[in-house]
Design a protein around this ligand. Structure first.
Ligand SMILES: Nc1ncnc2c1ncn2[C@@H]1O[C@H](COP(=O)(O)OP(=O)(O)OP(=O)(O)O)[C@@H](O)[C@H]1O
Ligand SMILES: C[C@@](O)(CCO)CC(=O)[O-]
Ligand SMILES: [Mg+2]
Length: 397
C-alpha cells in the first residue's frame, strides 16, 4: 500500500472529427488539450475513504469496513475487461443514496468513484484508506472530455495506491509517466469509469486522456498521428448544459429507426476523419494557408452531418453563423447538444479578425479562448512542480 501522497493529472480532449460515429466503429481523430484535471491522493490513517469533488459539489466519506462489506456482497469478479453490471451499479446507487434515474453530475461522479475504488481494490488488494481531492481546469459536461480526464486520474491514482502499477516519480523529478503496459492498464480501468458515466462510450476520450498527443481511434485501435502541424484552434463554450449519455443514446435510437439513412452518414464521417488525417500528415510543421480550404470544408460537412444525427443545438448554429461572418469555419466537438464548438484559425487569419470573432461570440454569452493541442497524457507530479492555482485548489498551498 502506498505510503506517500501523490498528484496525478490527465488532459481533456478535442475531437476534430468522428464524434458519435466512433461509438459505432468509425474512425475518430482527437487531440489532447492543455486543460487538465488534477487529483491528489493522500494515504489516510483513519480507516476511511474520503473524496472531495468540488467541481460537482461532492464531499463524502465512507468507512473502509463498510466498503469491504459492500464489495464482498458482489458475486461477480471485478476486472478491467468487464463492464460494470446493472446489479453492481444498482447496489452502489442504493449504498450512496442515489436514485436510479439520476444522471446529475454529482451522482455519476460518486458512482464512478465507488465503482472504480471497489473494483480496483478487489482485484489488486484491500480497500485503501485514502483521502482524495479532484480539481479540474476543464468545464464539466461541455464536450472536452471532463469525464474521461476524471476517470483516467482515478484509475492512475487508485492503481498506484493499490500497488498494481509503480509510482515512477524519482526524488528530485518534477513529472513522470508510466510504462506503455501500465498506461494500457490505466486506460482499461478508465474506460470502465467512462462506462459508468456514459453508458456506452467508444473509449476515444480515455485513450486521449491516457496517451495525450494526437490520436486516430477506431474500435479500440489507437494510433498516434505520424505528424501533427501546429493548428490554431479557437474553443467556444456555449455554456448550454447537456449529457453525453443522453446524446449517445439518442443517436443510437436514430440509427435503429432509420438504418439505411443514418449508416451512410456514419460512413461519410469516417471518410472525413480519414481525409483529415491525410491532410494533417501531409502538412509541414508550420503550414502555409494552402492546406486550409480542405480542412475548413471538412469542418462544414461534418457539422451538417452532426445536425442530421440530431446532436446539434441552436447555440451551436449561432456559433457557426457568427464565426462564418468573420470568414471562419466551426463545428461542434464532443457529444454536442450544446457544450463546445471548435473554430479553425488559419495562419493568415488576422489577429483583428480573431478578436472581432471572439467579441461577437462573447456577446452571445459564450466563453472562448485559443488553445494549444497535443498535450501530454496522464502524468504524475511532484508538488513543487505544480502551479500556485493547482496547489491551492488541491489544498496544498
Ligand atoms: N472535475 C470533476 N470532478 C468530478 N466529476 C467530474 C468532473 N468532471 C467531470 N465529471 C463527471 O463527468 C460528467 C460529465 O461527463 P460528460 O461525458 O457528460 O461530459 P464531458 O466528458 O465533459 O463531455 P464529452 O463526453 O462530450 O467530451 C459529470 O456529470 C461528472 O459526473
Ligand atoms: C460522443 C462521443 O463520440 C464523444 C464524446 O466526447 C462519445 C464517445 O465516443 O464515447
Ligand atoms: Mg465525457
Amino acid at each position: 500500500m502506498l505510503e506517500r501522497s501523490l498528484v496525478v493529472s490527465a488532459p481533456g480532449k478535442v475531437i476534430l472529427h468522428g464524434e458519435h460515429a466512433v461509438v459505432h466503429g468509425k474512425v475518430a481523430l482527437a487531440v489532447a488539450l492543455d486543460l487538465r484535471t488534477f487529483l491528489r491522493l493522500r494515504p489516510g490513517g483513519g480507516g476511511s475513504v474520503t473524496v472531495r469533488l468540488p467541481g460537482v459539489g461532492v464531499a463524502a466519506s465512507w468507512d473502509t469496513p463498510r466498503l469491504r462489506a459492500l464489495r464482498s456482497g458482489f458475486s461477480a469478479d471485478f476486472d478491467e475487461s468487464k463492464s460494470p453490471s446493472v446489479e453492481q451499479l444498482d447496489t452502489l446507487r442504493e449504498f450512496a443514496g442515489i436514485t436510479a434515474e439520476s444522471s446529475a453530475p454529482e451522482s455519476l461522479a460518486t458512482l464512478a468513484f465507488l465503482y472504480m475504488c471497489l473494483a480496483i481494490s478487489a482485484k489488486y488488494g484491500d480497500v485503501p484508506s485514502v483521502d482524495i481531492i479532484v480539481w479540474s481546469e476543464l468545464p464539466t459536461g461541455a464536450g472536452l472530455g471532463s469525464s474521461a480526464a476524471y476517470s483516467v486520474c482515478l484509475a492512475a491514482a487508485l492503481l498506484t495506491a493499490c500497488g498494481a502499477i509503480a509510482c515512477p516519480l524519482a526524488e528530485g523529478e518534477s513529472t513522470a509517466r508510466w510504462t506503455e503496459e501500465e498506461l494500457s492498464l490505466i486506460n482499461s480501468w478508465a474506460f470502465q469509469g467512462e462506462r459508468v458515466i456514459h453508458g456506452n462510450p467508444s473509449g476515444v476520450d480515455n485513450a486521449v486522456g491516457t496517451w495525450g498527443g494526437a490520436l486516430r481511434y477506431q474500435s479500440g485501435k489507437i494510433t498516434s498521428l505520424k505528424r501533427v502541424p501546429t493548428l490554431r484552434i479557437l474553443l467556444t463554450n456555449t455554456k448550454v448544459p447537456r449529457s453525453t449519455k443522453v446524446l449517445v443514446a439518442g443517436v443510437k435510437d436514430k440509427i435503429l429507426k432509420f438504418p439505411a439513412i443514418m449508416n451512410p452518414v456514419l460512413d461519410s464521417i469516417s471518410a472525413i476523419s480519414q481525409e483529415c488525417q491525410s491532410v494533417l500528415e501531409a502538412m509541414p510543421g508550420n503550414p502555409s494557408p494552402e492546406y486550409y480550404p480542405v480542412l475548413e470544408e471538412l469542418f462544414d460537412i461534418n457539422q451538417h452531418h452532426l445536425n442530421v444525427m440530431g446532436v446539434g443545438h441552436p447555440s451551436l448554429d449561432r456559433l457557426c453563423h457568427v464565426t462564418a461572418s468573420h470568414g471562419l469555419h466551426s463545428k461542434l466537438t464532443g457529444a454536442g447538444g450544446g457544450g463546445c464548438g471548435i473554430t479553425l484559425l488559419r495562419p493568415d487569419t488576422s489577429p483583428l479578425a480573431v478578436e472581432a470573432a471572439k467579441r461577437d461570440l462573447c456577446a452571445c454569452g459564450f466563453e472562448c479562448w485559443e488553445t494549444n493541442i497535443g498535450a501530454p497524457g496522464v502524468t504524475l507530479h511532484s508538488s513543487s512542480s505544480l502551479k500556485a492555482d493547482v496547489l491551492h485548489a488541491l489544498s496544498m498551498s
